[in-house]
Write a protein that binds this ligand. Structure first.
Ligand SMILES: [Zn+2]
Length: 471
């Protein structure tokens, strides 16, 4: 069921659909149906998944008509779409910036952007910006300029009392504070920070991972997970007079996204949205019975990557892994750590532990490093050569990637099939994340920030949940 589209193909598809006349956006929930008409009780066209790139064609009554990656069109509740603000790449490098066929400095040059000029920005991949050049997609190196917007799109704070600073860095001066659900005009992003329009024409910066691009707070607002206690009708509104969308079998799990007067607005894992009365739903921990091995990379005599400020990868891997453990525990999973302190264990022993315990999955947490400090971004890995559960492993890598990349300030670096020792030496479904680059000055700062780590941990856990529910 789940999409298996190579990243570049997505962009070829987008180009063919000629999105540039319309708004684009991304699906913010795993498994959501699009329907023939703008109504919850309308027939299903197909199911979309978290992070699917869509084009918005029309809107009506809180629904968007969208074009899916498959090319099919349908309607869905606008709550489940994060609409992209208009974004542009502006060349600030002081010379012409080359536009290339692919994200490497030795690929073919197909055009140029003059200093100070801008082109439409589509996305970021592998530390390169993908831009629209004469209706084609082209790559420009991110270090040659900035991503800017025109202030027409509002963004919102997701948490209480967030500092607004005078430049995009955690150690710059605080010039104001933002409060939960307060909105500001969006003028672009630098180093994972949003540039906001303040009063009197002044700009300020706030951490992107604490902000939402839209006023649909779905990602922060799964209220609970419940099961139906009996064959239960899912209705198009919060009353017994509303249309029946589907009948759920006893034990069907749902996600509750809103609750009012004992009626829950729920999403089933097969993508239906509707209302059910509280009397027929029961709280559940969605990962009950799942055994998960979490592996913080390196440890002891093996520090992993070392940043320019002397921070060691083994420590931040452990910090994040312990946060992920706590969230998975809250979701009902049994979590076994390969290490929960600063000790050395070889990779094969870690992998074999997962086999020995009969774990459902093994997940490894790392931070990246390169001898080129320009590079940033998040990537996930799986192995299909040694690991007998390669197919499942790739689904796990994809689910976590699609969840984590939804964080504003996390940029795409891809999902890769790699013959890593810790992945190939186990036969349980296994994946590994490289959260960001310790060798990049700004990403390294974000990586070590507590609120950033919390958000990443939450999305890793939700990605793991998505994996189990789509299988
Ligand atoms: Zn590592």
């Amino acid at each position: 069921m789940k999409k298996q589209i190579i990243f570049i193909l997505i962009f070829l598809l987008i180009f063919q659909l000629n999105i540039f006349a319309y708004s684009s956006g991304r699906i913010n929930i795993e498994g959501i149906n699009i329907t023939i008409n703008p109504s919850l009780s309308s027939s299903k066209v197909e199911t979309l998944f978290k992070n699917d790139y869509i084009t918005i064609l029309d809107s009506s009554n809180g629904f968007y008509k969208i074009k899916a990656p498959s090319g099919r069109t349908g309607w869905l509740d606008s709550y489940f779409v994060n609409v992209d603000p208009p974004k542009y790449f502006i060349n600030t490098c002081g010379a012409n910036a080359n536009l290339r066929m692919s994200p490497t400095t030795n690929s073919k040059i197909i055009g140029q952007v003059k200093d100070g000029e801008k082109v439409k920005y589509i996305d970021t991949f592998h530390s390169w910006y993908i831009v629209d050049y004469k209706g084609m997609e082209a790559f420009v190196a991110s270090w040659l300029g900035d991503v800017v917007s025109d202030g027409s799109h509002n963004v919102l704070f997701l948490d209480e009392v967030i500092n607004i600073r005078n430049s995009p860095s955690l150690n710059s001066e605080i010039i104001g504070q933002g409060y939960k659900y307060q909105d500001y005009k969006y003028f672009g992003e630098e180093y994972g920070w949003f540039k906001l329009g303040l009063e009197n024409g002044i700009y300020g910066y706030a951490a992107g991972w604490l902000m939402s691009l839209n006023n649909n707070f779905y990602i922060d607002n799964i209220l609970s997970f419940k099961t139906t206690t009996d064959n239960l009708r899912l209705r198009s509104g919060p009353s017994l007079d509303d249309d029946i969308i589907t009948v759920m079998q006893k034990g069907t799990e749902v996600r509750v996204i809103a609750e009012k007067d004992n009626w829950n607005k729920v999403v089933t894992w097969d993508g239906y949205v509707g209302y059910s009365h509280n009397d027929f739903l029961k709280d559940v921990l969605p990962l009950t019975g799942k055994k998960i091995v979490l592996n913080p990379g390196h440890g002891g005599k093996d520090p992993g990557a070392i940043s320019s400020t002397g921070k060691q990868e083994k420590n931040v891997n452990l910090t994040v892994a312990l946060m992920v453990r706590d969230i998975l525990n809250e979701l009902g999973a049994e979590v076994i750590m390969t290490r929960d302190s600063d000790i050395y264990i070889n990779r094969v022993d870690r992998a074999k532990l997962a086999d020995r315990l009969g774990a459902d999955i093994m997940f490894s947490i790392h931070h990246n490093s390169l001898n080129n400090s320009n590079y940033f971004g998040m990537s996930t890995y799986y192995d299909t050569k040694g690991n007998k559960n390669g197919k499942e492993s790739s689904k796990l890598a994809e689910s976590v990637y699609d969840s984590v990349v939804g964080i504003n300030s996390i940029y795409r670096d891809g999902i890769y099939d790699r013959n890593f020792e810790v992945l190939r030496s186990t036969n349980v479904p296994a994946a590994l994340i490289e959260i960001g680059f310790m060798s990049n000055i700004w990403e390294e700062k974000n990586i070590h920030n507590h609120s950033f780590q919390q958000e990443v941990s939450r999305q890793i856990a939700f990605g793991i949940l998505d994996y189990f529910k789509q299988n």
